[in-house]
Write a protein of this length. Structure first.
Length: 520
């Protein structure tokens, strides 16, 4: 019995000493355990400082990660973990995670890749429930380093896996964004409500400048709302992917016309110079996974020029854009009213599996004066394809040129009905057009007069045929110009010079015209 007693006493002494050691070393042990978890999550150089630890709570005064310890990508603290010891040991579950304050710096590429302190999102990762029941954030500043500069988002809120929650955010970006779109001098705020049934409600506003390859929208003032489902899909408790509707209302924005390359053909068309364009309207999007539908019906996109032009773009009766099962469709209608031209146009386009777009566009304009040319009407239709900033296809036009002045040459009473093969290179800022193979650009009649000279001509049955170069070439780059080159023939011609007249069949004439809209 003495031996047993001595053994039991020895075991108790060992347990007491071990327990004392574990108690004294509980902070370093907890710190090492947390750092191992962070390293297992692929965070670089994790480091924590334990303020306190017991059987129900772990408090970290500091929690950092990143390649540069002096300037960590992740810096949180204090961070409090509350748990039940049994759930923690056997299920690796926490009750509550509280973040009092923190900073997070993330790198975001043009392709949308996201990384922080060595950790990057795995798009193939399966949804899984979080290791906590509730998370609360009092103050977390997120800096997203984009290709165009950093954007800062400050968030706070709380979330519970059973009852949902709410987060609020404030956005500030001096210059940030991507190649396709960037923000400058922008600020905004948003609220995200997460309901117990999985519904997601979003409401926010954004003000600032929007920069795109097509131009700059100054002073954009927009609001956004969304009703989506379900946030539970992110945690494997429902179908993966978002479903619902979102809307963006552009209350006002000003486009600097001179900086918008896509507007160059319009600016060069004639009339008083356009300096600014006011933009307003609304987009409404409905989506289910990868399927998407965008509508402009409720509040069409309206663009108003400072000289009085008004362009209204809508989606007609159906969606303006639709993507279902990899098939995309675009249907837009536009109405233009202004001092230069009035008319309407429609655009229908389709694409499958991200391939080239097939295009069917039609226009119908009334009397208009563009670039010194007065047209009684203009009807056109383009059928072709679009891919990589280039459109090719056939253009049918029907118009009557009432009069036009090109330098000292005045042209009048010239009906044109033609079918042209068109190549529109938006990247190269050039359009070329030729009649169908073996055909010519024809007109029943045309009158010609030279200013300051007692000379005029009248031609019937005229045909302008391409020779070596494209018949028509229009550029709107650094030096806008129009070039027409071909061989001119006619059935009959009447030519008068002073008291002398000539009537008969004219010879073939090699014809070249160069027109600079800046010099008129």
């Amino acid at each position: 019995m003495r031996l047993v007693a001595r053994l039991m006493f020895g075991v108790v002494v060992v347990l007491v000493l071990t327990g004392a050691a574990l108690y004294l070393l509980r902070k370093p042990i907890a710190a090492a355990a947390v750092e191992r978890v962070m390293a297992g999550a692929r965070l670089e150089k994790p480091s924590v400082e334990v303020q306190d630890v017991n059987f129900s709570r772990l408090t970290l005064s500091r929690m950092t990660a990143g390649a540069e310890p002096s300037a960590p990508d992740l810096s949180l603290g204090p961070v409090i973990f509350e748990y039940g010891l049994r759930d923690l040991l056997f299920n690796s579950k926490l009750k509550i995670v509280s973040i009092e304050d923190g900073n997070l710096t993330a790198e975001v590429s043009d392709a949308g890749a996201f990384s922080i302190a060595g950790w990057s999102l795995d798009p193939n990762a399966k949804p899984a429930p979080p290791p906590f029941e509730t998370v609360t954030i009092k103050q977390l500043a997120i800096v997203a380093n984009t290709p165009k500069g950093p954007a800062q988002i400050k968030i706070n809120g709380a979330f519970d896996m059973r009852s949902g929650g709410k987060f609020n955010g404030v956005v500030d970006a001096e210059n940030a964004g991507f190649a396709v779109a960037a923000l400058s001098r922008a600020d905004g705020e948003a609220a995200i409500d997460l309901a117990a049934d999985g519904a997601i409600g979003v409401a926010g506003l954004l003000k600032g400048d929007l920069l795109t390859p097509a131009g700059v929208a100054r002073g954009a003032d927009a609001t956004m709302t969304a009703e989506l489902s379900s946030w539970r899909g992110f945690f494997g408790e429902g179908p993966r992917g978002l479903k619902g509707a979102a809307g963006i209302l552009i209350k006002s924005s000003t486009i600097d016309a001179q900086s918008a390359d896509a507007l160059s053909p319009i600016l060069a068309a004639g009339g008083a110079p356009i300096k600014n364009l006011a933009l307003s309207g609304a987009f409404k999007a409905s989506f289910d996974g990868e399927d998407l539908s965008i509508s402009l019906a409720e509040n069409p996109l309206t663009i108003i020029a400072d000289r009085g032009d008004r362009l209204v773009i809508s989606g007609g009766e159906g969606p303006a854009y639709q993507k279902i099962a990899g098939k995309e469709r675009l249907a837009l209608s536009a109405v233009l009213e202004g001092p230069v031209a009035k008319g309407a146009a429609t655009l229908n386009a389709a694409s499958e599996d991200s391939g080239p777009w097939t295009i069917d566009a039609q226009t119908a304009f009334g009397e208009q004066e563009i670039g010194g040319a007065l047209l009684s009407s203009f009807d056109g239709r383009f059928c072709g394809a679009y891919s990589e900033a280039r459109a090719t296809g056939d253009l049918e036009i029907a118009t009557l040129l009432v009069r036009a002045t090109v330098g000292r040459l005045a042209v009048s009473d010239m009906p044109v009905n033609a079918r042209l093969s068109v190549d529109l290179d938006l990247a190269g800022k050039r359009l070329t057009a030729n009649p169908e193979s073996g055909q010519c650009l024809k007109t029943e009649r045309v009158g010609l007069r030279f200013a300051d000279q007692d000379m005029d001509a009248r031609i019937t049955g005229a045909a302008l045929c391409p020779v070596d170069a494209p018949l028509i070439s229009i550029g709107w780059g650094d030096k806008p110009e129009t070039h027409v080159e071909g061989a001119l023939t006619a059935r009959t011609a009447h030519y008068r010079l002073g008291q002398t007249t000539f009537d008969g069949a004219p010879p073939r004439v090699d014809f070249t015209l160069n027109y600079d809209p800046q010099l008129q």
